[in-house]
Design a protein around this ligand. Structure first.
Ligand code: MRU
Length: 347
């Protein structure tokens, strides 16, 4: 398999003509790109998880506005049609606040034209990569001050790596930083149902980085923690409410509950752009429900009894009291001790 260094993994890039996305549905077997030049293709890529992960969705959303502007010019849309198309991008997935926030960040620049929108979207991309490096450093410092003085056994859920961001990663950024400091023994990568973001994508990234890992079933995670096999759990986030409640990939709350029971830290690593002060608490976070067939099929073939129905939430909410630390690019907040999310100055 082709080796790709973390700084070369560009999940989302602007080519001048449109967006170039790594097609995350075919990894790890193939590293292929999608060239996106129209809104329908972008919305489909977001919905089928060709591009995914909250910060990557934010950047895709911001560049998506540029795609809508170009398509509007090409196809002679009026402003109403263009704005409706931008709205479809903004609403393509509901849980990760970054998608809407990325669109909203560049919207005021639409009257100034394509170049202004592209420049702002590129600034968002650059900030994300830069911020992830800071998240890695802050998270590693915080974890090393609170864990045994030896290489650590780390658990992560879903994929919060370079693929899920503009580069480097949030939770995996922390893992990369710990690895650079020779403080990783092994990473337990939860496979992540139903689309195997852990078994396919996190495992691929860890493999590329030469970081030892074990893939485990999501259902194994709490017992692995309770058996004393894990020193710390680090996960990403899709939306963090004003009170610190955190939405992330379904299965995350089981990890947090087990960490609390075992008395080990449960760390959320996310850019400040994932904090949504307009959402009061976890109950107000919209949770995406995906197609039943993702649960009812196995390996492409329908597996459940004919007529079986499914409940398929893509995310769950971890209450703030279970979050030991919220690591953003601005520093670390100990939300379970009552610190509410606020933009800290860098420490
Ligand atoms: O459905 P996905 O794959 O987009 O879900 C992604 C996650 O839950 C990630 O943990 C989260 O977006 C953080 S990515 C840095």
């Amino acid at each position: 398999m082709l080796r790709v260094m973390a700084h070369d993994v560009r999940a989302v890039e602007w080519t001048g003509q449109g967006l170039r996305l790594i097609d995350q549905t075919v990894l790890p077997h193939r590293l292929e790109h999608l060239d996106v030049r129209d809104v329908d293709t972008l919305v489909a890529a977001i919905r089928n998880l060709a591009v995914r992960g909250a910060p990557a969705l934010g950047v895709a959303g911001a560049f998506g506005v540029a795609i809508a502007i170009r398509q509007a010019e090409r196809e002679h849309w009026d402003d109403a049609a263009r704005d409706a198309a931008i709205g479809r991008i903004r609403n393509a997935r509901p849980t990760a606040v970054n998608l809407a926030a990325g669109v909203d960040r560049v919207l005021p620049l639409v009257p100034k034209g394509l170049d202004a929108v592209v420049a702002e979207a590129q600034a968002l991309l650059d900030e994300d990569v830069h911020g992830n490096r800071a998240i890695g450093r802050h998270g590693a410092d915080w974890i090393l001050a609170r864990t045994p003085d030896r290489p650590l056994r780390i658990l992560t859920h879903c994929n919060a790596g370079a693929l899920a961001t503009a580069g480097w990663g949030t939770a995996l950024g922390v893992v990369r930083e710990l690895h650079a400091r020779a403080r990783v023994e092994v990473v337990y990568a939860d496979e992540t149902r139903p689309l195997l973001q852990g078994a396919r994508l996190t495992a691929w990234e860890l493999d590329q980085a030469g970081i030892p890992y074990l893939i485990q079933a999501d259902g194994a995670a709490p017992a692995t923690i309770l058996r004393g096999l894990v020193d710390v759990a680090v996960v990403g986030a899709d939306r963090i409410a004003a009170n610190g409640d955190t939405a992330n990939k379904v299965g995350t709350v089981s990890v947090a509950l087990a960490c609390a029971e075992a008395g080990i830290p449960f760390v959320v690593a996310a850019p400040w752009s994932t904090v949504d002060l307009n959402t009061a608490s976890g109950g107000d976070i919209p949770i995406e429900e995906r197609a039943p067939e993702e649960i009812l099929a196995w390996n492409g073939a329908h597996a459940a009894p004919e007529g079986a129905r499914a409940y398929n939430p893509a995310f769950d909410v971890t209450p703030a009291k279970l979050v030991s630390a919220l690591v953003t690019e601005t520093g670390v907040l100990e939300v379970s001790s009552g610190e509410t999310p606020r933009r800290a100055s860098s420490r």
